[in-house]
Design a protein around this ligand. Sequence first.
Ligand code: SF4
Length: 244
Amino acid sequence: MIHSIEGGRGNPRPRPPYPAEAGLWECPTLINNVETYANITPILRKGAEWYSSIGTEKSKGTKVFALTGKVQNTGLVEVPMGTTLHQIVEEMGGGVPDGKVKAVQTGGPSGGLHSSRIFRYARGVRVLAASRHMMGSGGMIVMDESTSMVEIAQFYMDFCRGESCGKCVPCRAGTVQLHEMLTKIVNHEATAGDIEKMEALCQMVKEMSLCGLGQSAPNPVLSTLRYFKHEYEALLQQDVETAK
Ligand code: SF4
């Protein structure tokens, strides 16, 4: 954003220096999202103690989520940090009409997917505070049993490869290759070893990319592999059966 305002290409730049020291035109710059700034006024008015009384020991305050997908009630919800996914999806969202929740994606296209198995059994656990997936921009998409997790991963990788600025190779080439691999699986053209290769490529893209986009782009693939590997394998098995 800073590069764009300065009239340049929207490329990330390595830090430090951080924007608070040298940001827009080398001046100290605060760059945060609107939700963060919106919290400042009530904190100044009511005090830090009031704000700290909301949420959990480690994560204070509230979080706004855009709840959408296969739920009865969609819209923006603001909840205390530490609210469980179960509370948001089933109690506020009203659950899936005529079906069951299969997965919930948080954190936008490069966030992660939570299996319903996890949050059904983790009702008392502070899923949002303790989760290994990002809350990010606060997107929350609910998916029902009819959703293919492999096609979802392919869809999000298509988005990430389009968003890559191309500055570093792991992200620029890695997201394209990951999308090709996912397409191969969806089309029943992949062999068993392709899943392992795809996992290894995901790790490489995560570790070697320069900025958050590349570092988080493999998350939908890795999280669907963690919880729904059988769906990937079923497509390979169909491939074998078709070949026979
Ligand atoms: S990770 Fe992707 S978006 Fe970020 S600098 Fe590298 S190519 Fe650009």
